[in-house]
Design a protein around this ligand. Structure first.
Ligand SMILES: NC(=O)c1ccc[n+]([C@@H]2O[C@H](COP(=O)([O-])OP(=O)(O)OC[C@H]3O[C@@H](n4cnc5c(N)ncnc54)[C@H](O)[C@@H]3O)[C@@H](O)[C@H]2O)c1
Length: 287
């Protein structure tokens, strides 16, 4: 792993900026790339501040955070940012065409042995790997907020080499994460797939009138020890976001029965999108 010295993270949004900070804290010379310098400056300031806050709460090592600042640079020009990179982590918007275009450019601008990992939650890397040396392409899936969530799912497709999987796994460990390897490109990988199954069962119990949303949440928190129940979590992430994920699941799996439930569709029609609109399965007053 000592050979991974230089990391480039493309997309300095919610995920990319935190992933870049983790790479810098792991001792890698790290460059963040985004569409313009203004966005990059704001992302760098913001992530340094949030890492400092996490260090004050004892969740990150203060010394590692301080030292990382010098290793975290920004560069709006993609070609120069990735030319010397050992690993590129892509975290741009969740749009297949945008990611394909970017991977095409990465194929041109990087060395043939540069590992190209996508942080996408739903686009598997085989869809981005039509480039020279596809064996270096995989998914490296972090969880939000990446600075604190421990899990990283490393997903290899048929095109991915074992060496790529091992190197990405080792990089995740060096970032203080706990990687797991997903051996096939399945929709949702592991963790999101299990959450989706819990959502589906909770909604099915609710739609059949077997219990109220409150009682189902109580059963899951008090009986299974989950920190939050499925309906409270749906409200937190946004009902519309979950409708989008279910639509994508139906599309990607080719199984229309995996699309959004009537209950979720009705809530969206009523503008009850969860906490962000003050109402979802629950009422949140003025929030
Ligand atoms: N948000 C989450 O909870 C979460 C969790 C795990 C994985 N992901 C994945 O991470 C990726 C990014 O999600 P996010 O929530 O950080 O998105 P975001 O919208 O916060 O950030 C995306 C960033 O990419 C930039 N961008 C867009 N096109 C670009 C391009 N061609 N080149 C460079 N930069 C570009 C945008 O300017 C923006 O700053 C997605 O693939 C998503 O599936 C998100």
């Amino acid at each position: 792993m000592e050979q991974i010295q230089k990391v480039a993270v493309i997309g300095a949004g919610a995920m990319g900026s935190q992933i870049a900070m983790l790479a810098a804290m792991a001792g890698c010379q790290t460059t963040m790339v985004d569409v313009d310098q203004e966005r990059l400056d704001a992302a760098r300031d913001q992530v340094l501040q949030s890492a400092q806050r996490q260090a004050e709460r004892g969740r990150l090592e203060a010394e590692a955070v301080d030292q990382a600042a010098a290793r975290l640079t920004t560069e709006p020009d993609l070609a120069s940012a990735v030319a010397e990179a050992d690993v590129v982590i892509e975290a741009i918007i969740e749009d297949l065409d945008a990611k394909r275009e970017l991977f095409g450019q990465l194929g041109e601008y990087t060395r043939p042995d540069t590992i190209l990992a996508t942080n996408s939650s739903s686009i598997v890397s085989s869809r981005l790997a039509e480039i020279p040396h596809p064996e270096r392409v995989c998914n490296m899936h972090f969880f939000n907020p990446a600075l604190v969530m421990r899990l990283v799912e490393v997903v290899g497709g048929d095109h991915t080499s074992q060496e790529t999987v091992e190197t990405v796994k080792a990089l995740a460990e060096r970032m203080g994460k706990t990687p797991v390897v997903v051996r096939q490109e399945i929709f949702g990988f592991i963790a999101n797939r299990i959450v989706a199954a819990i959502f589906d069962e909770a909604i099915s119990l609710y739609e059949q009138g077997i219990a109220s949303a409150e009682d189902i949440d109580t059963a899951v928190t008090h009986g299974l020890g989950h920190p939050i129940g499925p309906f409270a979590l749906l409200d937190l992430t946004g009902i519309d976001v979950n409708v989008g994920i279910k639509r994508l699941e139906a599309q990607e799996t080719g199984d229309p029965s995996r699309g959004p439930s009537q209950t979720l569709l009705d809530l969206v029609d009523q503008g009850r999108l969860g906490r962000k609109t003050g109402r979802g399965f629950y009422e949140y007053g003025d929030r």
